[in-house]
Design a protein around this ligand. Structure first.
Ligand SMILES: [Zn+2]
Length: 75
């Protein structure tokens, strides 16, 4: 039996875990704007984390999915 835990917060979650690619935000660009760097590994996140942290949704049918609309810099 495999315990399903969120790979972001590490908490066991009874809700659905969704596959995402983590997005790292940096503010070191010359323009001072937030730039995103998409992590290469797919992680399973709980719904709570996907609502709080920047990520790119993983769609197994579309490797080229552009999830930029999901991005949201820290406020
Ligand atoms: Zn989580």
């Amino acid at each position: 039996m495999t315990e399903r835990v969120c790979e972001n917060c590490g908490g066991a979650d009874d809700d659905e875990l969704v596959p995402v690619r983590r997005v790292y935000l940096r503010d070191d660009s010359p323009d001072g704007e937030w730039v995103d760097e998409v992590g290469g590994e797919v992680e399973l996140w709980c719904v709570s984390c996907t609502s709080q942290y920047p990520h790119r949704p993983v769609d197994p049918d579309r490797d080229d999915l552009d999830g930029r609309e999901e991005l949201d810099g820290p406020s």
